[in-house]
Design a protein around this ligand. Structure first.
Ligand code: KIV
Ligand code: NA
Length: 266
């Protein structure tokens, strides 16, 4: 497989081929996911939950993120590699944010992801101007869970929907090439996707109208106890190998059969 680059992802977006993303935190899974045809790997700070057993992502450090990014990058995946900027690594301003992003890029990331709305626009443009591709993250932003008051759907009413549309526009204008929408109504994510044709939109609990999908790896493999959010589908349920389950995920994202409007969507 030849390396997936930013221009290749933009071409996929332009011709309507859905982008399949999964989280990935280690070398072994990086190889499995890469061979199964996953387009982009996200070293998500969800590693705080699924690897470290924490109840939120807030304690995850930049050193944690750099370590796992190195583990994934070491297998030199063809897939595009994105690393999350963890809580506390960018909020204090663009200088701190650049230092943090440099750490992750040196660890092997090709793009960094930043949670937050319009207030992150100046950070995004600072990084993009210095050659660091940025993915924004709107809707439910788990690093802000205590301010939000729980893991719940965002942008449901007219006012918060309009705010989300505006923030998406600001971040796109600041140079964000990609944007994750987490737990927002499908209609809203679809509208923002159609209004911003240059932007690669990736949904998680945001319906099938975005230009790509992401899930937490452990969730889509049916691992872990506790109730899963409704947007999760267990791709291991049909049995077979982990590689086969990942392959089913990629195929379902590409052919539009995941997410299902009446099952995985708000
Ligand atoms: O950390 C993570 O896994 C994420 C995805 C859910 C988008 O940010
Ligand atoms: Na994250």
């Amino acid at each position: 497989r030849t390396a997936i680059t930013l221009p290749k992802l933009r071409e996929m977006r332009a011709r309507g081929e859905k982008i399949a993303m999964l989280t990935c935190y280690d070398a072994t899974f990086a190889q499995v996911l890469d061979e199964a045809g996953v387009d982009t790997l996200l070293v998500g700070d969800s590693l705080g939950n699924v690897l470290q057993g924490r109840t939120s992502t807030l304690p995850v450090t930049l050193a944690d993120m750099a370590y796992h990014t190195e583990c994934v990058a070491r297998v030199q995946p063809a897939a595009w590699l994105i690393a999350d900027m963890p809580f506390g690594s960018y909020e204090n301003g663009k200088g701190v944010a650049l230092d943090s992003a440099v750490t992750l890029m040196r660890a092997g990331a090709r793009m960094v992801k930043i949670e937050g709305g319009g207030w992150t626009a100046e950070i995004v443009s600072h990084l993009v101007a210095r050659g660091i591709p940025v993915c924004a993250h709107l809707g439910l932003t788990p690093q802000r869970v205590h301010a939000i008051g729980g893991y719940r759907v965002q942008g449901k009413d007219a006012d918060s929907g309009a705010a989300l549309r505006r923030e998406a526009r600001e971040l796109a204008e600041a140079g964000a090439a990609m944007m994750v929408f987490e737990m927002v109504p499908a209609a809203l994510a679809t509208e923002i996707t159609n209004d911003n044709p240059e932007l690669m939109t990736i949904g998680i609990g945001a319906g099938g109208g975005t230009s790509g999908q992401v899930l937490v790896l452990h969730d889509m493999l049916g691992l872990g106890s506790g109730r899963k959010p409704r947007f999760v589908r267990n791709f291991m349920a049909e049995g077979g190998s982990i590689a086969a389950a990942i392959g089913r995920y990629v195929a379902a994202v590409k052919d539009g059969s995941f997410p299902q409007a009446d099952v995985h969507t708000y």
